[in-house]
Design a protein around this ligand. Structure first.
Ligand code: CP3
Length: 365
C-alpha cells in the first residue's frame, strides 16, 4: 500500500461484511436492504450535551475545530451517549473558507461573522483554493476518528456554495438574504464567480475528508429554501451539481440537505446526490414523489417536538418511519439540527425507538 492511496485502500478494506461501507447507514444511502432504519442527528455533537459545553467553556469554536484531539472527543460524545448509526465530524461550514484566507469568526449566539464582506471580483479572487496542507488538522482528525469508530461510519460535510456565499456577502447570518439576492440578480457574473470559487473550495475540502476515510459526505445548503425554484435552478444548482458530481468517483454516498426546500426537492435531487435531506414541512412519502425513486431520503422529525412530552415524540417517530417506507431508502434524522435546549435523554430514546420499530430480518445480498 503506497502512502497516497491509503484512503482508497482503507475504504476497499471497509467494504468487508460488517464494515462501515456495509453499515445500515451506508446501505440505506445506497437504497440497499437494511437490518434496521439507521438514525443520526444533525448537530448531535454540540450544545445539547453537558460534556460538550464543558470542553468548549475554555476553547473558542474555530480553535476547537482545528484541534484533532478535541474534534475526535467531541465527535465521539454523541456516539457514546446515543448509539447513533453514524458519527458526524465536528467542524463547521466556515472552516474551509477561513482556511482559504477569509477573515471570519464564529460568534457565540450569532454564528459566522465575516470581517470584510465580499463585494467585488477582487474580493472573490482573494478566496484561495485550498489543499490538504491548509486543513491538515481535518485530515488528521478524520484519520483518528476512523480508527476509533471501527465499524461505525463517519460522515464528512461541507457547506454548499449558496449557504456559504450568503455568509460571505451578508457578512453574517441573515433572515432575508437580501444582499445575496441583490448580487445574484444585479451582478450575475460576479455571483457565478463567487459561487464557482466556493464550489471549488468545498470540493477540495470534501476530497480531503474522503481521502482520510469518511464513509459518506453531506452538503449543507441550509438556507437554499430562501430561493424560488427558478432562482435556485439558475444561480445555485449548477454550482452544487459541480460539487456533488465532482465526487461521483469517490466511492462514498453523498447527502444533499436544505431547510424549507419543499418547492426545491425535485431540483435538489437533480444535483447528483444519493440522498436528499427533507425538513419537517414535507412528509417523506410526498418528498419521495418529488425527488423520484433514484434517491434515498433523510429526515424529518421537527427538532422542536423533541421538547414536547414523550408520547408526542413517539407518535411522530412512528409516522415518519411509516411514511419513510415509501422511499427507496430512509435515513432517520431531524428536519434540521438539534436545538441546544434539547434533553439528550430524549435523543437516546429516539434512537432506541427507531431501532426497535424498524428492526427486520434482511437478505443482505
Ligand atoms: O453534530 C454536528 O452536526 C456538529 C458539527 C456541525 C457544526 N456546525 C458545529 C457547530 C455542523 C454539521 C455544522 C454546520 C453548520 N454551521 C451549518 C449547516 C447546518 C445547519 O445547522 O443548518 C451552518 C449554517 C453553520 C453556521 C453556524 N455555525 C451557525 C448558524 C452556528 C450557530 C451559532 C450560534 O451560536 O447560535 C455555528 C456555530 C456552531 N457550529 C456551533 C456548533 C456546535 C455552536 C458553537 C458553540 O458551541 O458556541
Amino acid at each position: 500500500m503506497t502512502t497516497d492511496t491509503t484512503g482508497t485502500a482503507a475504504r476497499d478494506d471497509e467494504s468487508r461484511p460488517g464494515g462501515p461501507a456495509d453499515s445500515a447507514f451506508v446501505r440505506a444511502c445506497r437504497r440497499r436492504p437494511v437490518p434496521h432504519t439507521p438514525v443520526w442527528f444533525m448537530r448531535q455533537a454540540g450544545r445539547s450535551l453537558p460534556e460538550y459545553r464543558e470542553i468548549r467553556a475554555s476553547v473558542a469554536m474555530l480553535e476547537s475545530c482545528r484541534r484533532p484531539d478535541l474534534v475526535t472527543e467531541i465527535t465521539l460524545q454523541p456516539v457514546r451517549r446515543h448509539n447513533v448509526d453514524a458519527a458526524i465530524l465536528f467542524s463547521d461550514i466556515v472552516v474551509p473558507v477561513a482556511a482559504a484566507g477569509v477573515d471570519l469568526d464564529i460568534v457565540p449566539g450569532t454564528g459566522p461573522v465575516v470581517a470584510e464582506p465580499v463585494r467585488t471580483a477582487a474580493d472573490v479572487e482573494r478566496i484561495r483554493l485550498i489543499g490538504r496542507d491548509d486543513v491538515d488538522y481535518v485530515d488528521e482528525a478524520v484519520r483518528l476518528l476512523v480508527k476509533e469508530l471501527g465499524d461505525r461510519p463517519l460522515i464528512g460535510f461541507a457547506g454548499a456554495p449558496f449557504t456559504l456565499a450568503s455568509y460571505l456577502v451578508e457578512g453574517g447570518p441573515s433572515r432575508t438574504h437580501a444582499k445575496t439576492k441583490a448580487l445574484m440578480h444585479g451582478e450575475p457574473e460576479l455571483w457565478h464567480a463567487l459561487a464557482g470559487r466556493l464550489a471549488e473550495v468545498t470540493l477540495a475540502f470534501l476530497r480531503v475528508q474522503i481521502e482520510a476515510g469518511v464513509s459518506a459526505v453531506q452538503l449543507f445548503d441550509s438556507w437554499a429554501g430562501a430561493l424560488s425554484e427558478a432562482d435556485y435552478r439558475r444561480f445555485v444548482l449548477p454550482h452544487s451539481t459541480k460539487v456533488l458530481t465532482g465526487l461521483a468517483d469517490a466511492g462514498v454516498p453523498r447527502i444533499h440537505f436544505g431547510v424549507g426546500t419543499a418547492e426545491l426537492l425535485g431540483a435538489m435531487g437533480e444535483a447528483g446526490a444519493d440522498v436528499v435531506g427533507v425538513d419537517w414541512r414535507t412528509p417523506l412519502d410526498v418528498a419521495t414523489r418529488r425527488i423520484g425513486p433514484e434517491r434515498a431520503v433523510q429526515g424529518n422529525l421537527d427538532p422542536t417536538l423533541l421538547l414536547a412530552p414523550w408520547p408526542v415524540v413517539e407518535t411522530e417517530v412512528r409516522r415518519i418511519l411509516e411514511q419513510g417506507r415509501a422511499a427507496p431508502g430512509h435515513v432517520f434524522n431531524l428536519g434540521h439540527g438539534v436545538l441546544p435546549e434539547t434533553d439528550p435523554e430524549v435523543l437516546t430514546r429516539v434512537v432506541a425507538l427507531v431501532h426497535e420499530l424498524s428492526a427486520r430480518p434482511v437478505d443482505r445480498g
